[in-house]
Design a protein around this ligand. Structure first.
Ligand code: NAD
Length: 477
């Protein structure tokens, strides 16, 4: 079986060498195509961090084992991790987290949860713009197919793995449209799986609960950014962020990696923990149907941890027996291939059949009515009443100024003088109740704004779908 391997940056090459040595010794029977991606490629002038030839190899082999990569700061470099997940349609990022208590000091003795993180959209769409001197924007895109795919994946995963509960984490009390859609679809899909318990947590308290009471969680499904943060929290409370592996699953390809990054501060010292990448490799072997080899490696790894042979990040005086470097740790795992752990439950993997998800079916289009427009304006004044006067000059029967907000807070009519205002204003124009507007009404408003010298920076249409207003109100509207 042929897979693609990237050794990555920072500690990447050392932990990959350790992982491949264990795979080899365990008789994984894999052949590798090595590709160069990451820092060197970025710094050679390729802002994507990967060549077209490397893409071809990844797409041909379908399965990709990747070490962490350093994305250089600034300079327009695009994160290769994010683009790999999106280009290859790897919509599900699955991150199992379990404690190795009492051999590894963990924040909690009982941790056995799996984070299923949406991988393709949300704030990671990377659509950002500076709009005024003072304000930049990042678009948060959440789609029905994106939510349906990841939530269905989480429930199917729970059924396949014999898990009891799926918890949804979102912030729909604040983001009623985007996170609201995620929560709504969670409720819809949960109803199709009566045998699996379901619950919803607001992300902030949910994350706090994961940190302190991880035992109440089983499978967690959440959006991209929350999942990223949450999985580092979960990995860290098991003892070290260096312990977590993850799979990125798509309909055609899959990528396996460690949860952590390239840890440049400890690179080249030989002290990194290779466990995270090794855990990614074990997930890969199960995915490839090589369950027996996966069990051999996992059990040898558990035996090594049990024997107290620990890298510096998990080494605890009095608890650990021997502090080892990355290569010695790999040798200790290799020496224990074929052994069964005594304290930990030996690993046993079921034949991993790819999850069969119902295909996404696009619904019949809803009736969509234009009812107004938000005109975003760059204006350096400070008195909202003065801006309202300018905006009211643009009023016509079709569209009239209803309110002005600054960073979402209503400042006109009836704002508070205490509210701090930037140079970025949203002026909401709406049509008469029950009247469907035409795009020409918006174009006419823009013409009037241009003639009046208003520095408008963008518009957002206000729509009703099937008669229900589908936009958020201003805070205080
Ligand atoms: P990091 O995960 O690299 O490091 C965080 C902390 O954990 C550091 O103290 C580090 O020394 C420690 N650590 C991480 N992995 C370890 C291991 N295997 N063994 C022992 N200690 C370990 O996070 P960061 O410092 O925020 O990011 C560094 C770079 O990694 C950045 O360029 C970032 O963009 C990149 N990154 C890449 C990925 C990826 O490739 N999937 C993921 C996250 C971050």
């Amino acid at each position: 079986m042929r897979i693609t391997v990237a050794k990555g940056d920072g500690i990447g090459p050392e932990i990959m060498d350790a992982t491949l040595a264990i795979l080899e010794a365990a008789g994984a029977g894999l052949t590798y195509d090595f590709i160069e991606v990451g820092e060197k490629v970025y710094l050679s002038g390729n802002s994507a961090g990967i060549s077209n030839e490397a893409w071809d190899i990844i797409r041909r082999n379908k399965v990709f084992l990747k070490s962490p990569i350093t994305t250089p700061q600034g300079g327009g470099y695009k994160s290769l991790n994010v683009s790999t997940r999106k280009f290859l349609g790897l919509y599900a990022n699955v991150r199992p987290c379990f404690s190795l208590h009492p051999m590894v000091r963990a924040a909690h003795p009982v941790i056995d949860l799996v984070i299923v993180r949406e991988n393709e959209e949300d704030l990671y769409a990377g659509i950002e713009h500076q709009q005024t001197d003072e304000v930049v924007q990042c678009l948060k895109l959440v789609s029905r197919p994106g939510c349906e795919k990841i939530i269905r994946y989480a429930f199917e995963y729970a059924v396949q793995q014999g898990r009891r509960k799926v918890s949804c984490l979102s912030k729909d009390n604040i983001m009623k449209q985007t996170d609201g859609l995620f929560h709504k679809i969670f409720d819809e899909i949960a109803a199709e799986y009566p045998q699996i318990q379901n619950e919803h947590w607001i992300i902030d308290i949910g994350t706090a609960r994961v940190a302190v009471h991880p035992e109440v969680f089983d499978v967690i499904v959440t959006t991209n950014l929350y999942g990223d943060i949450l999985s580092d929290v979960a990995a860290e409370i098991t003892g070290s962020v260096g312990m977590g592996g993850s799979s990125n699953i798509g309909e055609q390809c899959a990528m396996f990696e460690a949860v952590h990054g390239s840890a440049p501060m400890i690179a080249g010292q030989g002290i990194a923990n290779p466990s995270g990448l090794l855990q990614g490799a074990v997930l890969m072997l199960v995915h490839l149907g090589k369950t027996k080899v996966a069990e051999r490696i996992q059990n040898a790894w558990l035996c090594t941890i049990e024997a107290g042979i620990h890298t510096a990040d998990i080494y605890t005086e009095g608890l650990s027996q021997q502090k080892v470097g990355n290569a010695e740790f790999a040798q200790a795992v290799i020496a224990r291939l074929g052994q069964q752990p005594q304290h930990f439950k030996p690993a046993q993997y079921a034949e991993d059949k790819p999850l069969q998800l119902k295909p996404y079916i696009r619904r019949a289009p809803q009736s969509k009515t234009l009812v107004g427009v938000d005109l975003f304006v760059h204006w350096s004044g400070s008195d909202p009443e003065a801006l309202a006067k300018i905006m009211h000059h643009l009023d016509q029967d079709a569209l009239r100024l209803k309110m002005i907000t600054n960073r979402g807070i209503k400042v006109y009519p009836g704002g508070f003088p205490e509210t701090f205002c930037t140079d970025h204003w949203r002026c909401r124009f709406v049509g008469p109740d029950g009247v469907a507007l035409a795009k020409a009404d918006v174009i006419a408003l823009l013409d009037r704004a241009e003639a009046a010298g208003v520095d408008f920076i963008k518009t957002e249409h206000l729509y009703a779908f099937d008669g229900v207003k589908a936009f958020s109100l201003g805070q205080g509207e």
